[in-house]
Design a protein around this ligand. Structure first.
Ligand SMILES: Cc1ncc(COP(=O)(O)O)c(C=O)c1O
Length: 362
């Protein structure tokens, strides 16, 4: 009988065999400041209304494949231009995967400045696309435009991803430079606005005038990470084409009902994001005062990236974890992120607990 190992070596595509699965560390019992989640839950009365709604959820039926009501809610609250089409994903991760499936192939390249969101590279890998990273400028993580122009010209990427603001660096690239990239791009440019709620800037209005522009957003950072909903806004012809690769029931009944309900509480979601944005500034200032913190980069998102004194990141990360606080270790993930850690802005109490633990372990 053949063993699983030899079957795998024979059957699984080499690019997949070489990959590492995305690792999510266990967080049970810890103050969770590692994944850019919104720390707030809804007021009790609202939770009651939501649960009432779920009582009647038709979980014995397949969901509406077009998610009609949910899309109407997104159009109403997210500034989607009327002339643009809308595609929904089980998180924006799934939209990145969909783009890979529709545009992928051995001769195709994904290009992204880096360091940036890990999924662009990972998904390029398993959808059979090449991946080119153009290093950001080490000092302030801004785009290196001569290098971007050269790489676009040389590699003719089918997809360029620009996270705006960028994860894990927190900055929003210069708008004029993004517009230049849109003009130069031979393929599509995905402006990934996952952190839009904390930044305010957007390219969504430019979609009707630019067939090569795809704007992607997620509700994950606005307090709905557990529901998994991302959306892509683009020329309707693009959406029709990408729809062919979307599985018909990718947005489940509970998500459709819950997100539609949540979008009716849009002002609450916005208020929570505003609170997080305000607290980010206080946290950045306090973090910069902690002895052993060498640098805190300004952020337009709901997290802060900071550098510890040389060689201290790994032990700080571990020490925080032992003190009950989970943040993200960036050190070791990219040469430009040596000695770097990333903390998500939590509640004022969580931020204080983090600062206190950091002062002890650093
Ligand atoms: C830039 C960026 N895009 C997309 C995502 C994925 O979001 P979702 O939860 O919608 O899959 C993340 C998550 O961290 C992100 O940082």
């Amino acid at each position: 009988m053949t063993d699983a190992g030899s079957l795998i070596r024979r059957l699984v595509r080499p690019a997949v065999q070489e990959m590492q699965a995305y690792h999510v560390p266990p967080a049970s019992g810890l103050i969770k400041l590692d994944a850019m989640e919104n720390p707030y839950v809804w007021p009790e009365a609202l939770r009651g209304q939501w649960l009432e709604l779920l009582r009647d959820a038709a979980i014995n039926r397949y969901p509406d494949p077009q998610a009609t009501e949910l899309k109407a809610g997104l159009r109403r609250t997210q500034g989607v231009p009327e002339a643009a089409g809308l595609l929904l994903g089980n998180g924006s991760d799934e939209l990145i995967q969909l783009l890979g499936m529709a545009l992928g192939g051995e001769q195709r390249t994904v290009l992204s400045p880096g360091p940036s969101f890990a999924m662009y590279r990972l998904i390029a890998g398993f959808t059979g696309m090449g991946f080119v990273e153009v290093p950001l400028q080490a000092e302030d993580f801004s785009l290196d435009m001569p290098a971007m122009r050269e790489a676009i010209n040389r590699h003719q990427p089918a997809i360029i991803y620009l996270a705006y603001p960028n994860n894990p660096t927190g900055n929003a690239f210069d708008r004029g430079q993004i517009e230049e990239i849109l003009d130069l791009a031979p393929g599509v440019v995905v402006v990934d606005e996952a952190y839009h709620a904390f930044c305010g800037e957007s390219f969504i209005d430019q979609v009707p005038g630019r067939p090569q522009l795809l704007v992607m957003r997620t509700l994950s950072k606005m307090g709905l990470a557990g529901l998994r909903l991302g959306f892509l806004v683009a020329n309707p012809q693009w959406i029709d084409e990408l729809e062919k690769c979307r599985l018909p029931y990718n947005i489940n009944v509970l998500t459709q009902l819950s997100v539609t309900f949540a979008l009716n509480q849009d002002s609450l979601l916005r208020e929570q994001s505003r609170q997080i944005r305000d607290d980010r500034e206080g946290l950045a200032a306090a973090l910069a005062q902690v002895p052993g913190v060498a640098r805190v980069w300004p952020s337009r998102a709901n997290f802060l990236t900071f550098r510890t004194v040389g060689g201290a990141a790994a032990k700080t990360h571990l020490g925080l974890r032992e003190s009950g606080v989970l943040i993200k270790r960036l050190d070791g993930s990219h040469p430009m992120l040596r000695d770097c850690l990333r903390v998500t802005v939590g509640t004022p109490q969580e931020n204080a607990a983090f600062l206190q633990a950091l002062g002890r372990v650093l």
